[in-house]
Design a binder for this molecule. Structure first.
Ligand SMILES: Cc1cc2nc3c(=O)[nH]c(=O)nc-3n(C[C@H](O)[C@H](O)[C@H](O)COP(=O)(O)OP(=O)(O)OC[C@H]3O[C@@H](n4cnc5c(N)ncnc54)[C@H](O)[C@@H]3O)c2cc1C
Length: 410
């Protein structure tokens, strides 16, 4: 069967759903091809910072968001101390986060795009691109035993870390940029309503402190999501055995969590984190890339859902303008805008993860930081990228100064 739409989206995760929602709400014909059937398991920590909360609300999901259990900040465990760090009170962001299993979250957000008018084909795997004189004009997708041929004015690649479709377009990650690795599992736990993102910084392999953190996020349904993330794979960290790391982390958790082999409800699942704008430029003739496919995960904390939503909506705006004005199929302005919004912060993040790849330095930073709640509160604002347009205080000034400094040559 052949289909013809304004915009065809490859993948129905956060970035694909956000793009589809933006465009369908503005009256364009949008098709999302998603290879899985939903609801589906997704390897993720399920943590949503105030950045993600903001975009969920922009997509009209305020009633849902307000009915989910809130997280007031980060409780950090390290160097023999525990610090409770609330999310800052800001103008542009709410001061809370959420935990929502991706199995449910992605369905809600994609349903929202469908309700706005997007057509979603589940169990439809995009296989190969179709070009016309160098311009991407669609793709072939496999649905059961059939092949669909989809023609579109623009194709949006939102395939996440799958990379198959991106590679067929010649788009690959810059391997000198950081890449993270993470693993997670669900457990039943009496601490299901702790109200905090629990972060453990003393994660070790042998004597070395790993450049990342362990987490326990309360889902609020009797379970917790517990896992370990490596923000840096420089300096040999890429070869670390994540399953051993996860087992070690679970074993070191305080007994009251009751997180152990008897309470486990799912086997560990691991994934790669494409960070720091590592697929560049995220556009081409007839093509726009969003979310993980564009390598847009925040290198400082491994958060990718909010950036998937944000880049999806920014791409949607550029495509909307292009569809209305009938301009060229090359959306350079999209990449330029991403560079303006994320460039300085991601450059800072790329330097940060290089530094924490040195175990001795990571250990020193953690032990110094944990002595001061002020320093760690600033670290929370910095690492969650909570820059505010109106608030003027020492944290916001510090964040702006660091971003400026990152623009200087090392
Ligand atoms: C262990 C782990 C923990 C994490 N924890 C967090 C966290 O707590 N908070 C956070 O913000 N981020 C977290 N992340 C990162 C986050 O999961 C990603 O950044 C986010 O999923 C990116 O969204 P996306 O839409 O770009 O890609 P995805 O969510 O990967 O969605 C891509 C979609 O495309 C579909 N697809 C792929 N190829 C094709 C194809 N050829 N045809 C059709 N469909 C296709 C896939 O089935 C999928 O549904 C974590 C990642 C890992 C691995």
């Amino acid at each position: 069967m052949a289909m013809d739409v304004d915009v065809a989206v490859v993948g129905g995760g956060p970035s694909g759903a956000a793009t589809a929602h933006y465009l369908a709400s503005r009256g364009h014909s949008v098709l999302v091809c998603e290879k899985k059937s939903f609801p589906r398991e997704k390897t993720c920590g399920d943590g949503l910072t105030p950045r993600a909360v903001r975009v969920l609300k922009e997509m009209g999901l305020t009633p849902e968001v307000e009915s989910w259990e809130r997280v007031e900040g980060l409780r950090v465990h390290a160097a023999g101390r525990i610090l409770e760090l609330k999310f800052p009170e800001l103008n542009d962001f709410d001061d809370y986060g959420l935990v929502k299993p991706r199995k449910d979250l992605d369905q809600i957000v994609l349903d929202n795009a469908e309700a706005a008018g997007a057509k979603v084909l589940y169990e439809t795997q995009v296989k190969e691109p179709i070009f016309d004189r160098g311009v991407l004009t669609g793709f072939r997708a496999k649905r059961g035993n059939d092949y669909e041929e989809v023609s579109a004015k623009w194709v949006v690649c939102a395939e996440g870390a799958a990379t198959k479709f991106s590679r067929s377009l010649g788009k690959i990650r810059n391997e000198s940029y950081p890449m993270g690795l993470a693993i997670r599992q669900y457990f039943t736990s009496p601490m299901e309503h702790s109200g905090w993102f629990e972060a453990y910084l003393d994660i070790r392999t042998g004597p070395d402190q790993v450049p990342g953190y362990g987490w326990v996020f309360p889902v609020g349904d009797g379970t917790v999501n517990a896992g370990v993330g490596l923000l840096s794979t420089y300096g040999g960290w890429r070869d670390v055995n994540l399953h051993h790391l996860q087992d070690g982390f679970i074993a070191q958790l305080p007994k009251e969590w009751e997180v152990n082999q008897e309470t486990v409800v799912s086997r560990p699942r691991a994934g790669r984190l494409f960070m720091g704008a590592s697929v560049w430029p995220p556009h081409g003739p007839g093509l726009v890339m969003v979310g993980d496919a564009a390598g847009m995960i925040n290198p400082c904390n491994g958060e990718g859902i909010a950036y998937g939503y944000e880049t999806g909506r920014i791409a949607g705006r550029h495509l909307d303008e292009a569809l209305r004005s009938g301009t060229s199929p090359i959306l350079e302005d999209y990449s330029r805008e991403l560079q303006e919004i994320y460039g300085p912060y991601y450059r800072l993040g790329r330097r940060f993860v290089k530094l924490i790849g040195y175990p001795a330095l990571m250990e020193r930073l953690v032990s110094m930081g944990m002595r001061s709640k002020t320093v760690m509160s600033f670290a929370l604002t910095l690492l969650a990228n909570l820059e505010d347009s109106k608030t003027k205080n020492a944290e916001q000034t510090g964040l702006k100064v660091l971003k400026k400094m990152a623009e200087l040559k090392p």
